[in-house]
Write a protein that binds this ligand. Structure first.
Ligand SMILES: NC(=O)c1ccc[n+]([C@@H]2O[C@H](COP(=O)([O-])OP(=O)(O)OC[C@H]3O[C@@H](n4cnc5c(N)ncnc54)[C@H](OP(=O)(O)O)[C@@H]3O)[C@@H](O)[C@H]2O)c1
Length: 192
C-alpha cells in the first residue's frame, strides 16, 4: 500500500492524484470519500453561523467529493467491481432532524446547519451518481459511520475508530449483488 498526500479542495492536486493512480495501477477499485470538516461552533443558533463557514464546509464536504469522484470515475469504470463510499452522517438525514423524538432535535445538533446540509447534499449526490451508473458494475452508497471518537467530535462519541470504520468498509467490499444508491448504518437503512 502506498500513501498519496492530497488536499481534496485543490483541483490541480486532485487531477495529479488521479494521473498518479492511473500511472501506477491503471484502474481504481474503491473510492472512499472520507475527508470532511466540521468548522461550526456548538451552541450557536443555526441562523447565527457565518456564511463563510457554509462556503468552507460545502467546499470540502460536497464540492471536493464531486470533483474527486469525477476525476477518478474513469479509473473506477475500468474496475470489474468499482465501489464508491461516501461518508455521510446521520446529521444529513432531514427526516431525523425534523423528528422531535430524535437526538438530533437538540440545541447541540441544530448548531451545525452547514455540516448537516452538506451531508444531505452529499446524500443527494449519491443517489444521482448511483442512477447514472446503475447499468455498470460501479456501486455508489452513502454511510453513517456512527458517533465515533475522532477529532471531528473533539474526541467525544460512542464508537472507537475501528468500529466507526465498519459500515464504510462493508460497503466498500460489497459483492456484485450488493445495493447501490443506499444510505445505511451497520446494514440498516437510515431515513433520508
Ligand atoms: N466522527 C463521527 O462521529 C462522525 C459521524 C458521522 C459522520 N462522520 C464522517 O466521517 C468522516 C470521517 O470523519 P472523522 O470523524 O474521522 O473526522 P476527523 O478525525 O476530523 O477526520 C477527517 C479527515 O479529513 C481530512 N481532511 C479534511 N479536509 C481535508 C482536505 N481538504 N483534504 C484532504 N483531507 C482533508 C482530515 O485531514 P487532516 O487531519 O490532515 O486535517 C482528517 O484526516 C467524515 O466524512 C465525517 O463527516 C463522522
Amino acid at each position: 500500500m502506498e500513501p498519496l498526500v492530497l488536499d481534496v479542495t485543490d483541483g490541480d492536486g486532485v487531477l495529479a492524484a488521479a494521473a498518479e493512480v492511473e500511472r501506477s495501477y491503471g484502474r481504481l477499485d474503491i473510492l472512499v470519500n472520507n475527508a470532511a470538516i466540521r468548522v461550526e461552533e456548538y451552541g450557536r443558533k443555526p441562523s447565527e453561523q457565518p456564511l463563510e463557514q457554509w462556503r468552507r464546509t460545502f467546499d470540502t464536504n460536497l464540492f471536493a467529493v464531486v470533483e474527486v469522484t469525477r476525476a477518478f470515475l474513469p479509473l473506477l469504470r475500468r474496475s470489474p467491481a468499482g465501489r464508491i463510499v461516501n461518508l455521510s452522517s446521520l446529521l444529513g438525514s432531514v427526516g431525523t432532524h425534523g423528528d422531535p423524538a430524535s437526538y438530533a432535535y437538540s440545541d447541540m445538533f441544530k448548531s451545525l446547519p452547514a455540516y448537516s446540509a452538506s451531508k444531505s447534499a452529499l446524500n443527494s449526490w449519491t443517489v444521482h451518481l448511483a442512477y447514472e451508473l446503475r447499468d455498470t458494475p460501479v456501486k455508489v452508497n452513502a454511510v453513517h459511520p456512527g458517533y465515533t471518537r475522532t477529532g471531528l467530535n473533539d474526541g467525544e462519541g460512542d464508537l472507537s475508530v475501528q468500529d466507526g470504520a465498519r459500515t464504510g468498509v462493508a460497503m466498500a467490499l460489497l459483492g456484485d449483488d450488493g445495493p447501490t444508491g443506499t444510505y445505511t448504518h451497520r446494514g440498516e437503512t437510515v431515513p433520508w
